[in-house]
Design a protein around this ligand. Structure first.
Ligand code: NAD
Length: 367
């Protein structure tokens, strides 16, 4: 099958995703809080992710409900209003979203706009007194990430980043294998994610809006894997980028490979591309064996293998429903999220160092 767009690519691997939510595992926490209240979510940015994943996932959550939208397109607002019974008073645009301050139906704004608009929209939401769930990558610079963190802190509101794989059972199992040293110390990690990008006019190919190419968009999953498997931060990175279609990739890289060294001794080699199919995996090589997921990063169908021939194939969940239910539970129980703004900031800092390494041809040390 030929796959031309990101959506088609992800869809092909999402079919196996069952509509089971991880919410069940958080039920005891909700009962402990003694509340049946559902957290009201407003989606800001009604593009592909909101339309195809988040709105359907919200219908499967236990602790959330879709109560509002933020969109620049009145026609889309009408469509969503009808489909999800959203009252007029809960429909905002990017210029008036601060008026949400007076709206008790909305507890969380889920920011799902292009990367370089995350700070603007997250800060507006925080100033309106809303908790913020911000999509990855958190922003296009460390400074803008810090601005989001500061705004949420000043508003006394929680901030989480949309790292759905922190809730995905097969990825969690691999974290266990690595951290419990089931195959000994992990020495080498290989990780990569990519897809052939379609429409040459889309924002993902514009530096101002995307902040970079496949590294920012999907390479971040490979970077995350190296960090959550080791439980460490890289101390050194080196990198190379390439462009084979200079018209399409005028502003961002087409493909990138990078290497990272971790303080405990593990080394990672990683890749991200907008030019090739079938790359969505990680393999961790340890002293006494290995384990891998392939695919590792998609919406569904995640599975893998261990060197002792055991399969890694835990039941699929709706990762977005799990991510949103967890954030709702954190809010209801005043508990910290496992995917805070600081986690998003760390990735952005490392990605900037990877770009610097690619640009200069030199290894970059990370503090
Ligand atoms: P998209 O292009 O389909 O949607 C973006 C939305 O932002 C559109 O509704 C668009 O109208 C709106 N928008 C507002 N201002 C805009 C502007 N100035 N220019 C362009 N669009 C503008 O993108 P998407 O695929 O839904 O991605 C949105 C965000 O979600 C990105 O940050 C992306 O990295 C992230 N994302 C995360 C995942 C995941 O698995 N967690 C998957 C896909 C996308």
């Amino acid at each position: 099958m030929k796959i031309h767009t990101r959506r088609e690519f992800l869809k092909t691997t999402a079919l196996a995703a069952a509509s089971v939510s991880l919410a069940g595992s958080f039920a005891s926490r909700a009962r402990a809080a003694g509340t049946d209240r559902k957290i009201g979510f407003a989606l800001a940015g009604l593009g592909n992710l909101s339309t195809r994943q988040l709105a359907p996932a919200l219908q499967k959550t236990k602790y959330c409900r879709l109560t509002g939208i933020v969109t620049g397109h009145p026609a889309k607002a009408e469509q969503w209003k009808a489909q999800y019974q959203i009252p007029d008073r809960n429909i905002y645009n990017y210029d008036n979203m601060e008026q949400m301050a007076d709206n008790p139906d909305i507890d969380v704004v889920y920011v799902v706009t292009p990367n370089a608009l995350h700070a603007e929209h997250s800060i507006k939401a925080a100033k309106a007194g809303k908790h913020v769930l911000c999509e990855k990558p958190m922003e296009v610079s460390a400074e803008k990430c810090r601005q989001i963190i500061d705004a949420c802190q000043q508003a006394g509101r929680q901030l989480a980043i949309g790292y759905r794989l922190h809730f995905e059972p097969n990825n969690l199992e691999c974290i266990r294998l690595a951290r419990e040293k089931v195959f000994g110390d992990v020495k080498i990690i290989e990780a990569g994610f990519g897809f052939p990008i379609g429409d040459p006019t889309q924002w993902r190919l514009k530096r101002d809006l995307a902040g970079g190419g496949p590294l920012m968009d999907v390479g971040i999953y490979a970077l995350q894997a190296t960090r959550y498997l080791t439980g460490e931060e890289p101390v050194q990175v080196s990198a190379l980028t390439t462009v084979t279609d200079p018209v399409k990739f005028r502003e961002v890289e087409e493909s990138i490979v990078w290497q990272a060294k971790f303080p405990g001794g593990a080394i990672a080699f990683c890749s991200a591309t907008y030019g090739a199919q079938g790359l969505a995996q990680f393999t961790a090589h340890a002293q006494k064996g290995w384990f891998k997921l392939d695919p590792a990063f998609n919406y569904g169908g995640i599975r893998g293998l261990r060197s002792d021939k055991q399969e890694i194939h835990l039941p699929a969940i709706d990762q977005f429903a799990a991510e949103m239910d967890d954030f709702a539970q954190c809010i209801l129980n005043h508990e910290p999220t496992r995917v805070p703004g600081e986690e998003g900031l760390r990735d952005v800092k490392i990605m900037m160092a990877i770009y610097e390494a690619a640009r200069t041809g030199k290894t970059v040390n990370l503090a």
